[in-house]
Design a protein around this ligand. Structure first.
Ligand code: ADP
Ligand code: ZN
Length: 732
């Protein structure tokens, strides 16, 4: 007999996963028992697997009803990439191709068939279905059957007939709907009274929620995006016009952004969705029309540029972030005028009952934004789920309890940056200089050559903005009036610098995302090699483009993260990576392996050494790595700038000295300013080494080491070499 546990080998070989997510096992067991199922799981909970895995084990074909034609191709491509035979039939296919697919299905060459609900009304299609051996009917986005839901689809009513004409075929209905009324409606409409309901928690623990007062939304948005270069983001706007304005301004700033709203023609909308899904345009400024068709797993940021109408909408829209389970951020900009604007429209609703309900929903939404209560708790309690944790660990309220901290050093840095740039620039520019940005404007002004350039790289732009606000409040900085306000140091600020005074500020603790607890947690987060991750991302793009599939169909971010943390050096090692099933291994394995091998070679370290520099997990299933802005090299750099020696750093971090030197080399390659003087031997010795390099040329370190009579260590030679390379690159 097939049990859920007996499907574990298939889970590994087809999907590349070693265990089930919460409730998956229970749901799959129920499905395998041929009983009806209603699965209520949040977005990213892993619903698809609940019918895809049983489909492999059951005799016959699994029919999947899905409302979105645009998504079916990606879903089928994803299954095929895992070696599972899947097809779809919908109106996007020409008749001849539909015939072909039906033929393949009849011959038993297809395990999973996707179709849209409207097709069920076509008599010919019904006859075709009756000629098949149906094992299971899966109804995706089951809330579409309910008028109470936000995505009601009249065609979903066809499902009642489908159910009646196949009374003995079990049904599994799946939805991420959080409201009770819709759930009850699904059970009634689909007659699931005899079935079993599985309700998982709707807490999206990998999402960090925060609310920002809408002071200077454009610059607030820029800060968020600049901290997440190249990552996918959705910005929900109030109006069509606002989406276009924002997308235009973002483009002018060099971001790959597009607008999306219902007023665009369908070809443009389609193209925009595809550009987003294929990572060609990672940023979309959209109205809420952009939503259900979006099944992108690696959206890292959802911004609400203005206040949503309800918490349902807010939960739904923010839910599009982090489907792959990796930490992601949801930021709401809240300003009173936005609420007033919504109220203006509510006043014009004619139906009194509807008007009242809209007003109540908006009030709840505004409460959420304004009250100092854990955001997660507010959301979950709104949907009737109790949340007992004292501190959710992932919202601004829980994380941002302000601490009085010593801000002397950062204040000095900021004031110096204002002085050095001539007191002629606004907050945003000063932040760019402090953060070490090298965009065109900075370079043209020569601000990348100032000593203050990049001196506050360790802070996020949001933190810098907060601190600058604090310095204004303390009267050390002043902001001019007018359309383009500039910052200037006040007399008090000058005195602060001159007298070397100290300063304490009440500052929020660091940004939520970096501190988030993972949902599938066990042990500590893994560190990964960021540059390898970027290289693998590039390989993924190449392969995906060549095959005309979205990059995430090749491998998800989670798999790439594991690869850049564990450095698999053989196909066998690669096969054990999360998300690498048998088919993907055969199809993509060697290409990715080459990229990893190349990277390892160029690092000059044996893979074991590289791996040792990443914390390992024993016995337990390693947890997907946290989305970390800091790399292992950055951690080394931090200690380095505190004046620790290589051996001290090695000791503190529990790594080999060679590993630390490797970090320093990579930091140097990345162009990070390093103070090598402390690490190097005195000038006399350095000259001697320099001569040896000149004599031996680009020969191996070994020959130089021998030439010098083995008086210096390899590590010293490596550091010296770095220094010489830098000298050559430095502008005169
Ligand atoms: P939903 O449809 O509920 O939003 P998906 O089916 O898209 O969720 O799954 C969310 C993510 O979780 C996907 O990236 C999927 O590959 C991954 N996933 C699903 N099941 C597992 C599992 N058992 N182990 C690890 N990851 C899984
Ligand atoms: Zn909280």
């Amino acid at each position: 007999m097939t049990t859920a546990t007996s499907l574990l080998p298939a889970l590994r070989s087809y999907f590349g996963y070693d265990s089930f997510l919460p409730l998956q096992e229970e749901i799959i067991a129920n499905v395998l028992d041929r009983r009806d199922t209603l699965a209520l799981m949040p977005t990213g909970g892993g619903k698809s697997l609940c019918y895809q895995l049983p489909a492999l084990a059951l005799e016959g074909i699994t029919l999947v009803i899905s409302p979105l034609i645009a998504l079916m191709k990606d879903q089928v491509d994803g299954l095929e990439a895992n070696g599972i035979h899947a097809r779809y039939i919908n109106s996007s296919l020409p008749g001849s191709e539909i015939q072909q697919v039906q033929e393949q299905v009849r011959r038993g060459q297809v395990k999973i068939l996707y179709t849209a609900p409207e097709r069920l009304a076509i008599p010919g299609f019904n006859r075709f279905l009756h000629s098949l051996d149906l094992a299971l009917i899966a109804i995706d986005e089951a809330h579409c059957i309910s008028e109470w839901g936000h995505e009601f689809r009249p065609e979903y009513r066809n499902l009642r007939q489908l159910r009646q004409s196949f009374p003995s075929v079990p049904v599994v209905a799946l939805t991420a709907t959080a409201t009770q009324r819709v759930r009850d409606d699904i059970i009634n409409q689909l007659d699931l009274h005899q079935g079993k309901v599985f309700l998982s928690s709707f807490n999206r623990s990998n999402l960090a929620y925060s609310v920002q007062i809408k002071k200077d939304p454009w610059n607030q948005l820029l800060s968020l995006l600049q901290d997440r270069q190249g990552q996918s983001a959705i910005i929900y706007c109030f109006s069509r016009q606002e989406t276009e304005d924002l997308a235009g301004s973002l483009k002018a700033q060099g971001f790959n952004a597009l607008a999306y709203h219902a007023g665009l023609d369908s070809a443009t909308r389609q193209r925009t969705q595809e550009d987003f899904i294929h990572d060609r345009a990672p940023i979309i400024a959209a109205t809420i029309a952009f939503g259900m068709g979006i099944d992108k797993p690696d959206v890292r940021l959802v911004v609400h540029y203005s206040l949503p109408k309800s918490l349902e909408g807010y939960y739904q829209e923010t839910g599009r972030a982090g489907r792959d389970g990796l930490p992601s951020d949801c930021v709401l900009f809240y300003g009173y005028t936005d609420k007033a604007r919504q109220e203006y429209f509510i006043k014009r609703i004619e139906d009194a009952q509807e008007r009242l309900s809209a007003r109540e929903k908006l009030a709840k939404m505004a409460d959420f934004a304004q009250s100092p209560v854990c955001r997660r708790r507010t959301i979950l309690e709104y949907f009737g789920e109790a949340f007992s944790a004292e501190n959710c660990g992932g919202c601004d309220i829980c994380l941002e309890s302000r601490d009085l901290v010593d801000a002397t050093e950062i204040a000095q840095k900021i004031l110096s940056a204002v002085v050095r740039t001539g007191q002629r620039f606004g907050t945003n520019h000063v932040i760019q200089v402090l953060a070490g940005a090298r965009d065109k404007r900075i370079r043209e002004l020569g601000h990348d050559r100032l000593s203050v350039h990049g001196i506050a790289k360790d802070r996020t732009r949001d933190e810098l903005r907060e601190i600058i606000g604090g310095l204004q409040a303390e009267g050390l900085l002043a902001r001019s009036q007018g359309e383009y306000p500039t910052l200037a140091v006040t007399p008090a600020g000058r005195e602060f610098l001159k007298e070397r005074q100290s300063l304490n500020l009440a500052l929020p603790k660091p940004t939520p995302a970096t501190e988030l607890n993972r949902p599938r947690k066990s042990g500590q987060a893994m560190e990964y090699d960021q540059s390898l991750f970027e290289e693998l991302r590039a390989s993924r793009r190449e392969m995906a483009d060549a095959q005309g599939v979205p990059p995430f169909v090749v491998f998800g971010d989670v798999s790439l993260w594991y690869m850049s943390a564990q450095f698999p050096m053989s196909l066998e090692e690669l096969a054990s990576i999360h998300g690498v099933g048998q088919t993907k291994l055969e199809r993509y394995g060697s290409k990715f392996l080459q990229a990893i091998q190349r990277h390892v070679e160029s690092s000059g370290l044996p893979p074991a050494e590289l791996r040792r520099s990443q914390p390992r997990h024993h016995g337990v299933q390693p947890e997907p790595p946290k989305l970390q802005r800091r790399t292992t090299e950055d951690a080394t750099n931090e200690l380095l700038s505190q004046g620790l020696s290589v051996s001290q750093i090695a000791q503190q971090r529990g790594l080999a000295e060679t590993t630390i030197i490797g970090h320093i080399e990579r930091l140097s390659q990345r162009g990070v300013e390093l103070d090598l003087a402390k690490l190097l031997p005195d000038n006399e010795a350095l000259d001697e080494i320099r001569k040896a390099f000149e004599v031996c040329g680009a020969a191996s370190l070994k020959s130089i080491w021998e030439y010098l009579g083995t008086q210096f260590t390899y590590d010293t030679l490596r550091l010296a070499r770095m220094r010489f390379r830098r000298e050559r690159q430095a502008p005169d």
